[in-house]
Design a protein around this ligand. Sequence first.
Ligand SMILES: *Cc1c(COP(=O)(O)O)cnc(C)c1O
Length: 415
Amino acid sequence: MTEPSTNLSTNLSSNQDYIALEDRVAAHNYSPLPVVVEQAEGIWVTDVEGNRYLDALSGYSALNFGHRHPALVQAAKDQLDRSTLTSRAFHNDQLGPFCVALGELVGKDMILPMNTGAEAVETALKIARKWGYQVKGVADGQAHIIVMDGNFHGRTTTIISFSDDPEAHDEYGPYTPGFTSVPYGDLAAIEAAITEHTVAVLVEPIQGEQGVKIPPEGFLPGLRQLCTDRQVLMIADEIQAGLGRVGTTLACQYEGVEADLYTLGKALGGGIVPVSAVAADAEVMNVITPGTHGSTFGGNPLAAAVGKAVCDLLATGEHQRHAADLEGQFREALQALVGNGVEEARVRGLWAGIDIDPELMTGKDACKQLAKKGVLAKDTHGSTLRLAPPLTITAEELKMVTDALAEVVTEAQQG
Ligand SMILES: *Cc1c(COP(=O)(O)O)cnc(C)c1O
């Protein structure tokens, strides 16, 4: 116990007050920018001192429709007045309609609702293993899953077991066996790693945490074919890449590819409640039977109502088209910085990874400078920066983001 304090949560006014308080009582598993958000609307957030920022991170794509989108807030409010939690011991009137909407959106028969992204990935891995034993005929206890170097799929013990990021992985063993990691985008390496026991390949269509790493052209279609040929399930983790971010509903669709299982999360909760899901066709999903998997909160009526409202927003295609329309402008503005303090810029839809010259500044420093100019972004590894503004951003507002970044690198070059 730290010594009792009478004013631990009183007399809070400046950003620094809240930061000092948090630092004292909230676990140090993050290292946030020194901005304390009090209020948010659309693409804008306001801190406790009244400073306004353009949110160019969107909660790692959990806020694809911006903060407090009116249709999503309305869906949540309406549902708050009806029912919020039933547990799956009973049916509720929101789950079925949500599953229909999501299934139609992503082209799958069935949905298994969970809450967080990591849970959706865990669920997909369990489904794949069970499918391996029941359908493919893999020997008991032998199921093998191929994953990609540089992956990020969440923070549970099994998932970090196959992470090659020392920060995420180290000192959390013993680790879950049954996974082989191969270089991202290397089809030959995947083919070589497949054995008679392989049940699935788990892949991010674009590696977000890796700095928006886009695989080589032809990789995803090639992986699709390979999985079909070798009777292996293709699991696409669309938790960050999906739901409109790249200009298509799913990032796999940008490459014309259909996976066997999709994991979805982040934007599926509209920035209001955690909602995640696995989507698959019946022949795969039906290996799950009563009692063999579950979640107290998964599929709750509040989450389902918000999730369905998210699906309704995406069903018109308007947000996907908007992201696709702005891709060119975004790429052009960022490519113009390459050679001028930026080493490489990768853009797909409204999503960008920017490698700043490490001699110039770290990604964290760039984010601090951007915040001073009123733009919130997030570094990934080293000097890489990630931009993922809400899909509701206008062309003019997007220009504010890229102009601010241009100023930051120019000022850094001038020392
Ligand atoms: C964020 C993320 C996850 C984990 O989601 P949580 O809701 O944080 O558990 C899994 N996969 C990908 C690709 C992600 O970006």
